[in-house]
Design a protein around this ligand. Structure first.
Ligand code: HSE
Length: 315
């Protein structure tokens, strides 16, 4: 039996929602799992770059051994039903840029879990799979939209369960994702964060997250401009993303730009704007990075309202 699933990329944090806000984007990884017949081969994991934007060199960030997140995902599911993973071949076809803050690791965790669950006859429901995936990733902000699609606010509770709600993204707002040619592995981006933050910064973010939800629900562009700010992670990560502060500064002259924030842990940058002057916005980013000899790929994309999908299930 062979199962393939397709999982969208995601952008997380989105300004004030550190570790709790994320949305899905129409770029996809495909994970295929099949039972192999050769005894003793264990779990074989292969990764292929399917798009020019995924460099061969960055594939090494997806480890292929039994310590990998992919193996762990499959193992936790098998353990849940009292089994161990048998002879399996897992092929990952990667279109989502790796170590760029676009949810590449979440997509392979979710893909492996959903494909294995299908192979096993669906022993786990969506909430159980969500909980296992968040346990591996450590936070739910990329995992939840990868599973359910759309814009999602989510929290993993102390008992491991995940509470989430989808919000409706205003159609008039554009998402421009700017992907530089340098990687920023999430563990490095998390290592620069402090263990504690000043109470005034926590309050700043609490207010902005409230404004974000209200701005989205009422399609209030002016409020969104206040909302798209952060003091919990972005200031600490600024030094890891050359050009970010200049890009933010240069985009301040654009009335239709609602905000410019790190995508997840970086290195990509997400610009939220109204749907005008998009060429000019993209040029500002391109030129600002070019001044620092940084090449980039910039895409203005719609939100992806679907999450993980089974695309093939062959006996
Ligand atoms: N919320 C996470 C972070 C996203 O910013 O570290 C990256 O996995």
């Amino acid at each position: 039996m062979k199962v393939s699933v397709k999982v969208p990329a995601t952008t997380a944090n989105i300004g004030p929602g550190f570790d709790c806000l994320g949305l899905a984007l129409p770029i996809y990884n495909t994970v295929t799992i099949e039972e192999t017949v050769l005894p003793g081969t264990g779990v074989e994991i292969n990764v292929f770059a399917d798009s020019d934007i995924v460099e061969q060199s960055s594939l090494e960030h997806i480890p292929l051994d039994n310590n990998s997140i992919v193996y762990k995902a499959v193992e936790l599911l098998y353990n849940m039903i009292g089994q161990s993973p048998a002879e399996l071949r897992i092929n990952i076809h990667s279109n989502i840029p790796i170590a760029r803050g676009l949810g590449s690791s979440s997509s392979v965790i979710v893909g492996a879990l959903y494909a294995a669950n299908e192979l096993l006859g669906r022993p786990a429901d969506d909430l159980a799979l969500l909980s296992i995936a968040c346990e591996i990733e450590g936070h739910p902000d990329n995992i939840t939209p990868a599973i359910v699609g759309g814009l999602v606010l989510s929290s993993q509770e102390d008992d491991g369960s995940v509470v989430y709600r989808k919000l409706v993204w205003p159609e008039d707002w554009a998402l421009t994702i700017c992907i530089p040619d340098f990687e920023l592995p999430t563990d490095i981006a998390r290592s620069v964060l402090p263990a504690d933050v000043p109470i005034k910064d926590a309050i700043f973010n609490a207010k902005r997250l409230g404004m974000f939800i209200q701005a989205v629900n009422t399609k209030d562009s002016e409020l969104m401009k206040f909302a798209l700010q952060d003091r919990l992670h972005q200031p600490y990560r600024m030094k890891l993303v050359p050009g970010l502060s200049s890009i933010i500064e240069n985009l301040k002259h654009f009335d239709n730009v609602l905000g410019c924030v790190l995508s997840g842990a970086g290195s990509s940058i997400l610009i939220i704007s109204e749907k005008s002057n998009l060429d000019k916005i993209r040029n500002v980013v391109k030129e600002t990075w070019a001044e620092q000899n940084i090449k980039c790929e910039i895409r203005t994309l719609p939100i992806e309202n679907n999450g993980v999908q089974i695309i093939n299930n062959e006996d």
